[in-house]
Design a protein. Structure first.
Length: 164
């Protein structure tokens, strides 16, 4: 916090503080979670309207977008705790995004398979097509959300200058 004798930068309303062109955008978790929810919900809803599938429109706002938001939250929280010297901050972006995407998809596939097996045993869900969708919705949503969140987190880190 600046002391009383230090001058604060003069920022007039309507002007942004000066940033260098090399400064990457900040990683803000709530924006990532919002994007992770809205983007798949909008696309799957549009697909549901285009194909006339009412269950896809319902799944778009529940399992598809909900899984994406949950995975983006968990992956984003994990990335925010990483130091700038961690292996994830130094590794190649495509490989890192692929690893997180596949890892989250594998975990979500396990959850989806277990839920698809166990939920139909509940009498209220016995005839519902919803549990069968979990086998596809959960891993696909998790993979996309983890890949996007990881890529955007990595892009928000300052680039290191290589010694020549």
């Amino acid at each position: 916090m600046p002391s009383r004798t230090q001058q604060r930068p003069d920022i007039t309303p309507g002007t942004a503080p000066e940033t260098t062109p090399d400064t990457p955008p900040r990683f803000v978790l709530w924006r990532e979670v919002l994007i992770a929810y809205v983007a798949p919900a909008a696309m799957a809803t549009a697909g549901g309207f285009a194909t006339g599938q009412s269950e896809l429109r319902i799944a778009a706002l529940t399992t598809i977008a909900g899984t994406s938001a949950l995975v983006a939250t968990l992956v984003g929280l994990r990335h925010r705790r990483r130091s700038a010297d961690s292996w994830a901050a130094r590794g190649p972006v495509p490989l890192l995004a692929l690893a997180f995407g596949l890892g989250c998809a594998a975990l979500a596939l396990g959850v989806g398979l277990a839920a698809a097996e166990l939920l139909p045993r509940i009498p209220a869900l016995a005839d519902s097509p919803w549990p069968d969708r979990l086998r596809i919705d959960l891993p696909l949503s998790a993979a996309i959300a983890a890949t996007m969140t990881t890529w955007r987190w990595r892009a928000s880190l300052p680039r290191r200058r290589r010694a020549r």
